[in-house]
Design a binder for this molecule. Structure first.
Ligand code: F6P
Length: 569
């Protein structure tokens, strides 16, 4: 089915060649919810068949399964062969993508269609990576120019504090997309050389900032207030506390001057930043058409520019750009984000699996799951469709996870013997021949294999008997050793954890989320739910307990009583 996005003829070609496009188009098509597309019922039949099939059996009957169900793009190798899928089901999933007009959706995304149709905006973070033009042919380098030269100067010791000492420590104050992306990328690449120390503070809990400030030299510290809106309560609270800390720790003779030189901001609200005391030349903008959870590619990446320099940041952008080009050009059947999106949709909507566990085997990616939680759940944790109907099928899975091998000694137990089927993404930077690194990679492969193959009663019985146990003991204990297996997983290999491959990995997940959101028919680029929580917090902070439900009013009264008793101690 063709979707009319109102795109001018020839635009698909034009998008690839990067000229300025004609006016942005609006996504107001004749949308059909996915479960009403004819192929949906055929997929339900595949699911009924495959629910009763072991993946292990699919390997036994298809020697080329790994080759058929894995792809390599931009140096990433992605293996879907441990998913509960076969060729017939995959063919129908690809048919679902076509019937949902995904090719038009992808082209519309890169062609500045108003994908964020509730807020009337395009979603063009890819333009920051040089993959497509910005709306109206706007020059995107203007968004980076000042941030880049500021980062350069800081790295070279040219940004001084109030007492004339060079800044050598940067603390990023932000939350959500203004924290999770830069924090995760910083941690991932932190093993490379850095002339400047970088920390991240997000939580309004005073301990977060207090711990970051312990032992810090105020004369050499710069705070970056990262907030697109400059209106986020947590970030402003931390910025205000940081300002007070500077005033109380810098020598009295310079403290009055401190704000101008110890702060910078990444924000579009220059006036609010100025009211806080940050001069306009220290406020770096980001485009309105880049959403918070996609903003790591913008000046919100300033801590990364400072930490890794322009070459590092450019390599990160290049990885994202190459993955964009793949997403834009590859046929659906070979398109990695499309395949990942379809596999996720299959697990969620056809196999009824509620969660996705993301398991990076890299200490540097220890906060990858948190980043992905925002990306997936803030983007696709929604129910209202483009045509205003409520979704009749499940949308975003619950994303969670933790770093390997640490999780193996904790929650993996549930994967082995719990009562649920948990789809998993193993993310594995392969790296070098260091025996510990090889051990890490082997562990990832071993987990994915053991969780697919499991251990049946006969094997458990034989293993116990081989240990010399009596038949009675064997019979009693063997059932406890059974691991059903058949847990579905995708494995993603990176050659190493470097800026280029990390950029490609992030873009892969971003586009996967777009694919799913498009097929479900939701707006992946707004977040009205989160806004409701913010409104409630504001109302409570202003003493609005009168309008609260009885439970919240009761809790507020109990907290007030606890505070009073704590004061009296
Ligand atoms: O609360 C959610 C959110 O709106 C995110 O989408 C965003 O990344 C975050 O808040 C931070 O917003 P800001 O950069 O405006 O402070």
């Amino acid at each position: 089915m063709a979707y009319n996005l109102g795109v001018p003829p020839g635009w698909r070609k034009a998008t690839r060649n990067l000229p300025a496009l004609s006016p942005p188009v609006i996504v107001t098509d004749t949308f059909t919810p996915p479960q009403r597309l004819p192929v949906w019922s055929s997929l339900e039949q595949h699911a009924a068949r495959l629910r009763a099939t072991r993946v292990r059996t699919l390997f036994d009957t298809d020697a080329g399964r790994f080759q058929r169900l894995s792809r390599s793009v931009c140096g990433l190798t992605v293996d879907f062969s441990k998913q509960r899928l076969d060729a017939a089901a995959l063919a129908d999933l690809l048919e679902l993508a076509s019937a949902a007009g995904l090719q038009d959706g992808i082209a519309g995304l890169f062609g500045a269609a108003q994908m964020n149709f509730t807020e009337g905006r395009a979603a063009l973070h890819m333009a920051l990576r040089g993959s497509c033009p910005a709306p109206g042919g706007e020059d995107v380098t203007r968004y980076f120019r000042e941030a880049r030269s500021f980062a350069r100067a800081l790295r070279e010791g040219g940004i001084k504090g109030a007492t004339g000492k060079s800044i050598n420590h940067v603390i990023n104050l932000g939350i959500g997309g203004s924290d999770l992306g830069p924090r995760m990328v910083f941690e991932a690449l932190a093993h490379t050389h850095r002339p400047v120390k970088v920390d991240f503070v997000a939580n309004i809990d005073p301990r977060d900032l207090d711990e970051a400030l312990a032992g810090v030299d105020p004369e050499r510290t710069l705070f970056i207030v990262s907030s697109k809106s400059f209106g986020t309560a947590e970030t402003l609270s931390n910025a205000t506390a940081a300002r007070a800390w500077l005033a109380s720790t810098l020598p009295a003779r310079v403290a009055d001057n401190a704000l101008a030189v110890h702060f910078a901001a990444v924000s579009n609200a220059t006036a609010s930043a100025a009211a806080f005391g940050i001069p306009p030349e220290r406020v770096f903008p980001l485009p309105e058409w880049v959403g918070g959870r996609y903003s790591v590619w913008s000046a919100i990446g300033l801590p990364l520019l400072i930490a890794f320099g322009e070459a590092g940041f450019d390599a990160f952008l290049a990885g994202g750009r190459d993955l964009d080009q793949h997403f834009l050009k590859a046929p659906l059947a070979d398109n990695l984000p499309v395949l990942m999106g379809l596999v996720g949709l299959w697990n969620t909507d056809f196999l009824g699996l509620e969660t996705l566990a993301v398991l990076p085997y890299a200490h540097g990616l220890r906060n990858f799951a948190m980043w992905l939680q925002q990306l997936e759940m803030e983007s696709n944790g929604k129910r209202t469709l483009r045509n205003g109907e409520a979704s009749a099928v499940q949308t975003s899975p619950v994303v969670w996870g933790g770093v390997g091998t640490v999780g193996q000694h904790a929650f993996h137990q549930l994967f082995y013997q719990g009562t649920r089927t948990i789809p998993m993404d193993f993310i594995v930077p392969v790296g070098d021949d260091d025996p510990r690194q090889r051990g890490l990679v082997d562990n990832a492969f071993a987990q994915a294999a053991a969780l697919m193959n499991g251990r049946d009663l006969a094997t458990a019985t034989a293993a116990l008997a081989a240990k010399g146990m009596t038949p009675d003991e064997v019979e009693r204990l063997a059932p406890h050793l059974v691991c059903p297996g058949n847990q579905p997983s995708t494995t993603i290999l990176l050659p190493q954890l470097d800026a280029y491959h990390l950029g490609a990995l992030l873009a892969l997940y971003e586009h996967k989320v777009f694919v799913q959101g498009w097929i479900w028919g939701i707006n992946s680029f707004d977040q009205y739910g989160v806004e409701l929580g913010k409104e409630m917090a504001r109302a409570l902070a202003q003493g609005g307990s009168a309008e609260c439900d009885a439970s919240t009013a009761g809790l507020m009264a109990a907290a007030a009583a606890i505070r009073a008793s704590n004061r009296a101690r």
